[in-house]
Design a protein around this ligand. Sequence first.
Ligand code: BEZ
Length: 394
Amino acid sequence: MNNKKKIFPSVLSASIAATMITMSSGSMAADSDPIKVGVMLPFSGVYAGLGESTRNGLKQALKEQGNSIAGRPVEFIEMDTEAKPARAPEITSSLVDNQKADFVIGPVHSGVAMGMIKTIKGKDSIMIIPNAGANAATGAFCQPNVFRTSFSSWQTAFPMGKEAYDMGYKKIVTMSWNYGFGKESLEAFNESFTKAGGEVIKEMLVPFPKTEFQSYLTEIASINPDAVFVFFAGGGAVKFVKDYDAMGLKGKIPLLGSGFLTEGTTTAQGPAAEGVITTLHYADALDIPKNQRFRQDYETLYGKPADLFAVQGYDAGQLIAQAVSATGGNTTDKAALIQQMEKLEIDSPRGAFHFSKAHNPIQTIYLRKVVDGQNTVVKVAQDHLEDPARGCKL
Ligand code: BEZ
């Protein structure tokens, strides 16, 4: 950007003028400097598939812009988080402090998100979370330079409590990996299920990223609840849904989940996933022209069907493109960029959304059912649901 030209005083001393000309030409060169996008995603481990879809979606959105925004090329710097929270501060700091990334896109795992937020707080890079749901990210730890194109833990699980009760289930067992997002999902489910009149009779927590579920499933069979509500994702979701079927529980005890249980996994889960009911802010079969176009283009580019993680990555890319276009390519003035981001409406494949004051999407949550390997919409569970953003002072 060449904004400095606009604030030149009319009279300059020679030395000041020389300095200004150097700065000015430097800033003109900066006009065509790349927009640096750091990418912190899991490319290995149990969430590797989620990381890959997110990156694919992000790159699809920027490809639609010719990989250039307001005349500036986009440069990606990719880092594998391995979904390990301990890696977050070091990688974030290398992208923010050494590489001077304009944006940092990531992560998938809530524990990694919290480490990133602590490191990026008060820094000159803008973090866009394309998946991790930790409530605190847009709650007690919300920051002016942190946005989320995904969801809060609360948003994806709270609507299912009432839905489950309305389906006639009164006594439920809940289960998830034992870390922030899983525990918050169970809490949110519990909040609305007990409010409706139901009872969670047992909560089971499995160490992350363990995928040996047999002993837990044996216990569920002996408890024989009305239904089971779980959070698992990626490789863990594939294994859980197949084990649930293989142990003969499917058809006896209905399986419910936050939507990650059947997201990007139904091909690998096969017939075991059929009929599984979940809540989420997206469904493959959403009848929205933007979704149909997005899915067609994704399949052409990557040779496989899109999923929610791809949508959220795509929307992170759309957010960057729209915000940087709105500032005419200026990424130096981060406050101006943030102001633009706060005002934007994102035309997402999930349906258009805008951000709450806490920078989390206000979005519709669907009740979904797997039919012929696709997440189909049963009904709207909650329209334009806004996270309560507990503790956020923005
Ligand atoms: C999380 O850790 O926030 C998360 C991971 C996978 C799917 C959904 C949420």
